[in-house]
Design a protein around this ligand. Structure first.
Ligand code: ATP
Ligand code: MG
Length: 324
């Protein structure tokens, strides 16, 4: 692919402020003339830049030369694959993929979509408790639409196939290797998982990192856009739901919101062809909570930051409460 060669030829520079050709390879510049950079910044797992162009505003998410972050590189692979192969089939609003490239040797990657900033706002724009409450309902509605659309969908094959057996083996390996203060819980979760998954017969696409920061609300109204597909994977519907309820909300937010969110999720999923009784949703949530205990502890084991530790305490307390 000519563009990749350009990407390889582009040298030098650190993450932001680095030279224009490295951030915007020559091949792409030829395809999209008249592009101007508006701003660029770095996040934890990616760097970003916004551009104007004659064909409209553009948004670049990229992994700069020099980061050499294999995990972030794999997330790019997922996000590119989802946006390229699956997202166009699904009515959930997203920024369509315009261009993407990955360079395995140097762990470089980028993806280009329209820049949604001029037409949307994020969670931070909600000022009142009432506005944030309504916006949280949007989060579960969009999630329910995603799950309902992909529920047992024929396109979920190949790299998107559902392999509960592999998940169980992975959980077992984590439990066997675990040594830290939570090893007992990990064994418990791993032992419970076969039965929990048995009772959740449906598979779908899970966003994998669902929270209020992953939606962009159109200023003109209408349903929000769902962004950031770096952790998307095939799973049970309960995984995302439990992530939102038990990892992202704290205990007092849960007390205030969980039942309303469950109901909104059930209603929206049913309206899109996926009917889950309250009892079935509870199974989903239980199995999803187990998966989130595993996932959160796995993340915490490699990144001891205080944010992750807070998430660990949160999800472990919920797991203990569920058993009580
Ligand atoms: N298409 C887009 N148009 C405009 N802004 C976007 C677009 N996609 C993402 N953003 C903005 O960039 C931010 C980061 O994007 P994203 O959520 O995809 O990355 P991330 O993996 O969460 O990065 P990090 O973990 O470093 O925060 C979003 O919170 C949003 O504000
Ligand atoms: Mg994000």
């Amino acid at each position: 692919m000519a563009f990749l060669e350009d990407a390889r030829a582009a040298r030098g520079g650190g993450p932001v402020g680095h030279s224009w050709p490295a951030l915007w390879p020559a091949g792409l510049r030829r395809e999209l003339p008249g592009v101007r950079r508006v701003e660029a910044w770095e996040g934890n797992g990616a760097a970003f830049a916004r551009f104007t162009s004659p064909s409209g505003p553009l948004f670049l998410k990229y992994l700069p030369l020099g980061w050499r972050d294999a995990r972030a590189y794999r997330r790019f692979g997922r996000e590119i694959a989802y946006l390229r192969d699956l997202a166009p089939l699904c009515p959930v609003r997203h920024a369509p993929l315009l261009h993407a490239a990955q360079e395995e040797g140097r762990l470089r990657a980028h993806l280009l979509t329209p820049d949604l900033l001029p037409e949307t706002h994020g969670w931070g724009a909600f000022q009142t408790e009432a506005q944030r409450g309504a916006a949280l309902l949007d989060v579960v509605r969009v999630m329910a639409q995603l799950h309902a659309f992909w529920a047992n969908h024929a396109a979920l094959r190949g790299v998107w196939a559902w392999h509960p057996g592999a998940l169980l083996r992975q959980a077992e390996r984590i439990a066997v290797k675990a040594t830290g203060p939570n090893h007992q819980t990990l064994r418990e979760v791993s032992a419970a998982l076969p039965d929990l998954l048995q009772r959740t017969p449906l598979h779908t696409i899970a966003h994998g990192d669902i929270h209020s920061g992953q939606l962009l609300w159109p200023v003109a109204g209408g349903l929000p856009f769902l962004i950031d597909y770096g952790q998307v994977h095939t799973s049970i519907p309960g995984e995302d739901l439990a992530h939102l309820l038990y990892v992202r909300l704290n205990a007092s937010e849960r007390t205030q919101w969980a039942d309303t969110l469950r109901e909104a999720y059930r209603e929206e999923a049913a309206a899109h062809g996926l009917s889950l009784s309250p009892a079935r949703l509870r199974h989903e949530e239980h199995a999803g909570l187990a998966l989130n205990v595993l996932g959160t502890l796995k993340t915490a084991a490699r990144s001891p930051g205080s944010g992750v530790q807070g998430a660990v305490q949160n999800v472990l307390a919920s797991w203990a409460e569920w058993l009580a």
